[in-house]
Design a protein. Structure first.
Length: 304
């Protein structure tokens, strides 16, 4: 199923690459948090890939962490790849849905806020896993389900009021409850998914929509309405946003949920879960608490 218009997304990324400042807080923060996770690793990852590099955000914040000696930067947009090349290193323009890299080419693959635009996320994760050497690491960040829930709500209501119906406007995002299963389905070992919520402040909803357009993150759904949105609809959406979500200083919040993925390419020496019933110690002893057999209930609290 084709959900996103990837050619349109590429053109919008190309346009965004012409901006003088194309590393807003959201992308820098997500990349920084991914790079921070390397500090917990006891080993190095010499050959790394940054998938969806934009203008080289991660290369700038990574600062040699993780023992990386070679970082290949890759983006769907050729213009973004050229901007990333300004920071040095190897760059390539390629689609996340059709990676051109050989199997087991990298020790580490990053992907920061790019995979939420792919049509086949399990397939993209499978290709990433194939790019990794045994015991290679994947660190990903993508937008989660509560992202821009405020904007989605007011656009839906404004379009229904002004235009008599609503069209798809905001992309479907991954649910953290499904993220671990997607990693397992792609053949990863030891998958972990967690999420953070960032709330950014904007003066009004129109400023938020302009920022999304400048970042190349505006509507790229294949089923989007092809005619321009009416000015009245946008103004009504901004009015509703202020009424429903406005804060005391007159601004508005914009919620971004970022789902972080950590997983490893399988290797025989990796940890494996123990066989059920093979434990040699009791949890109750470790917690210094009484043990209650399965099926029994704890004594109720005494009534006063």
């Amino acid at each position: 199923m084709t959900v996103f218009d990837r050619r349109l997304l590429r053109r919008r990324r190309d346009r965004a690459a012409r901006q003088s400042e194309i590393m807003p807080f959201l992308f820098t923060e997500a990349a920084e948090r991914l790079a921070d996770r390397l500090e917990d690793m006891a080993r190095g990852f010499p050959q790394a890939l940054d998938l969806g590099c934009r203008a080289g955000v991660l290369a700038k914040v990574q600062r040699g962490r993780g023992g990386i000696t070679s970082l290949v930067q890759c983006d769907l947009s050729p213009a973004m790849a050229r901007r990333a090349a300004e920071s040095g290193g190897s760059t390539v323009a390629a689609d996340e849905e059709a990676l051109p890299f050989a199997e087991q080419a990298f020790d580490l693959v990053f992907s920061s806020l790019a995979l939420h635009w792919v049509n086949d996320l399990p397939g993209a994760l499978l290709q990433i896993r194939r790019c990794l050497r045994p015991d290679g690491l994947f660190l990903g960040a993508l937008l989660g389900g509560s992202t821009l829930h405020e904007l989605r709500a007011v656009l839906l209501q404004a379009e229904a009021e002004i235009e008599g119906g609503a069209s798809p406007r905001v992309a479907p995002f991954v649910d953290i409850r499904d993220a671990g299963n997607l990693l397992q389905r792609a053949g990863f070992a030891l998958p972990v998914a967690d999420a953070d919520t960032l709330t950014l402040a904007y003066p009004d909803a129109l400023s938020l929509m302009r920022d999304l357009r400048a970042m190349g993150e505006s509507n790229a759904l294949g089923e989007r309405r092809r005619t321009p949105t009416r000015r009245e609809t946008l103004l009504r959406a901004a009015e509703l946003y202020a009424e429903r979500f406005g804060v005391a200083d007159g601004g508005i919040p914009a919620t971004f949920e970022i789902v972080y993925l950590t997983a490893w390419a399988p290797h025989p020496d990796q940890q494996r879960p123990l066989r059920p019933g093979s434990a040699r110690g009791r949890l109750s002893d470790a917690l210094d608490s009484p043990e209650i057999p399965a099926g029994d209930k704890a004594d109720p609290k005494p009534r006063r």
